[in-house]
Design a protein around this ligand. Sequence first.
Ligand code: FAD
Ligand code: NAD
Length: 470
Amino acid sequence: MSDAYDLVVIGGGPAGYVAAIRAAQLGMKTACVEGRGKLGGTCLNVGCIPSKALLQSSHHLEMAEKEFAHHGIQVSGVKADLKTMMGRKEKVVEDLTGGIEFLMKKNKIDYIKGWGKIEAVGKVSVKPLDGKGKAQTLETANILIATGSEVTPLPGVEIDEKQIVSSTGALSLPKVPKTMAVIGAGVIGLELGSVWRRLGAEVTVIEFLDFVLPGMDGEVQKNVQRILKKQGMNFKMKTKVTGAKAAKTGVTLTMEPRDGGDAETLKVDTVLVAIGRRPFTDGLGAKEAGVEMTDRGFIPVDADFQTNVEGIYAIGDVIGGAMLAHKAEDEGVVCAEIMAGQTGHIDYDAIPGIVYTHPEIASVGKTEEQLKEAGVAYKSGKFPFTANSRARCNADSDGFVKILADAATDKVLGCHIVGPQAGDLIQEVVNVMEFGGSAEDIGRICHGHPGLPESVKEAALNVDGRAIHI
Ligand code: FAD
Ligand code: NAD
């Protein structure tokens, strides 16, 4: 066993590669097995990074087409060059995934390309990527499952990644469809729906529920839907898609009103299926090794991220909870530290969620609905970006900041932002929440002027009705 590893990580996404790096930093002999041929997982290859690259490019286009004139900048002949846009996106992905490979080398982690299978406790076999040649067997003290998630399919709507696409296909369409139907008004639906609407597609979002972005604060949901509608996105709510038929001339979707009524059809060029993601454990051998899974396929773990089998741990999307890259990364760090004999935990109440539409949407902690349901007495402070001088300078003042604080102690319980750079603004509140801070604390901290963060300060002041600028 002298060649044995201290840790073999299966999966090189944000959960797995970060855990591997932290384990190596702590002196563990570590290998990371990845089957897609590139490190970075869903996030870097077909998720966070390519989607944000396209969101940024398409945002520039929309600004040039619709906003520059208002700033006194006359431009003509503005048009999208999709090939260059896609090429830039691919280059961003390539550079970043290459960067992770460099980090593996720097930390002396064995990056093993291939599909990992748990043969037994302490034993992982790896099938080569090309399927040829013999599998190698790795001996290890600990196994960490970080195999992530995959697209949830919708029965009757078969994804071909050409006309009917998942998020992966929607990140690489070769041309802008004239019409696009997006099934699901969740994060992916609104982000990628925004990309293709900005590039010129007529986008219709079809959602089963009567609100967008399930789990977000109710006021945010209403505001966001109104803003996106104003931008030209169509919404068909309380509607169930029952089937899709692809032909040369387009895809015909069949839909039914959720609460009963006549079925109808919608013909579009492209359909994006974005109804959620599910854990991925195909071919992993976890079940055979005795690892328990929920009926939805998630792997339950204890406070140390250990599964029911000693020596087998799991983190990231595959264990459930918020399917977010930063949550997966933090679990990777804490899990490696626990394996190395240290202690650690994650405050799941202080994990921000960000939707990168324009304006952005960001949320941390409890929503008003959750506080009401839990019977917690709370105070709410709101501040609109229309009253923020920087947002006015930028001509970017849709939305608001809302801070929720405990009625008795003033402790910040949640924050919900729709507005410019909401994803950056939320971090201040996350930090304050981590330190158990109050709305008063935020209100008394000096914020640079003119700055968007002043809206956070004003919302905090308004928890006690004393915002200065409204
Ligand atoms: P994954 O990233 O899925 O990585 C798992 C890896 O394991 C994969 O590379 C897979 O190939 C590999 N693997 C699986 N089984 C095996 C095996 N048996 N052997 C070897 N390798 C294996 N999150 C955010 O926080 N911010 C965002 O902006 C954001 N945008 C997103 C946009 C899109 C379109 C999508 C789809 C997701 C987005 N997410 C975002 C979610 C984010 O991508 C995931 O939460 C994150 O990637 C989870 O990390 P993970 O390491 O658990 O899993
Ligand atoms: P989601 O869970 O966010 O949204 C899915 C939506 O589809 C929901 O609104 C749901 O009600 C609806 N839906 C489900 N079945 C339906 C049906 N049959 N007909 C119509 N609507 C239906 O899932 P997603 O948007 O696919 O995203 C998957 C995961 O990826 C999320 O958990 C998210 O955390 C992660 N992600 C994060 C980011 C980010 O952080 N910016 C971006 C993209 C994806």
